[in-house]
Design a protein around this ligand. Structure first.
Ligand SMILES: [Fe+2]
Length: 181
């Protein structure tokens, strides 16, 4: 690889594969969510992701390039983390919290990728391509905001075991049992 153009096409290819992996992953996230709103949010971002793939395909057409056969290792890693976590047999409330965190990581990754691709497209004068990428970026930003909202709202049913809670209360001097004694 020698040129910025090649680097740009490589980045686009990476995102195309990443988005394809995410279509499948978002379906899993939706299926595995117990919170109804979260389920819907993942399902609607899945639909959005399908449109993002179409836009990326348009980008290749505009550039007269064909996507190489490559794999987005970054998003693959995040998806692998979720699979590994499932082996911990999380309770449904814990799984929801985990999934929101995983989605925040994936959206942040995508936002970084799109931002740098948009910058490169601008530098090379690919105005139409940049416009399409900005549409994807806007959707990722909205998805991130939505997930951050869930992150504030969804908490584990139990933060600590009863024993840990007692210990932490004692440490902060809030133990009622102590005062009673
Ligand atoms: Fe995406």
């Amino acid at each position: 690889m020698q040129t910025g153009h090649e680097l740009f096409v490589h980045g686009l290819t990476d995102m195309l594969d990443g988005e394809r992996q995410l279509v499948e992953a978002l379906q899993k996230l939706s299926d595995d969510s117990s919170n109804e709103q979260l389920k819907k949010a993942f399902a609607s971002h899945r639909k959005e992701t399908e449109r993002q793939i179409e836009r990326l395909t348009q980008c290749f057409e505009l550039l007269g390039e064909t996507p190489e056969d490559t794999e987005c290792k970054g998003l693959k890693g995040l998806i692998a983390e979720k699979k590994a976590f499932m082996e911990e047999e999380p309770e449904s409330d814990i799984l929801d919290v985990f999934q929101v965190g995983a989605a925040i990581k994936a959206e942040t990754y995508e936002i970084c990728e799109y931002k740098s691709l948009i910058e490169m497209a601008g530098e090379m004068g690919h105005t139409k391509v940049a416009r399409l990428l900005r549409e994807n970026l806007a959707e990722e930003r909205a998805a991130l905001k939505k997930m951050e909202g869930f992150s504030k709202k969804l908490k584990p049913n139990e933060m600590m075991t009863a024993e840990q809670e007692e210990r932490s209360q004692a440490a902060s001097g809030k133990s009622t049992s102590k005062r009673a004694a």
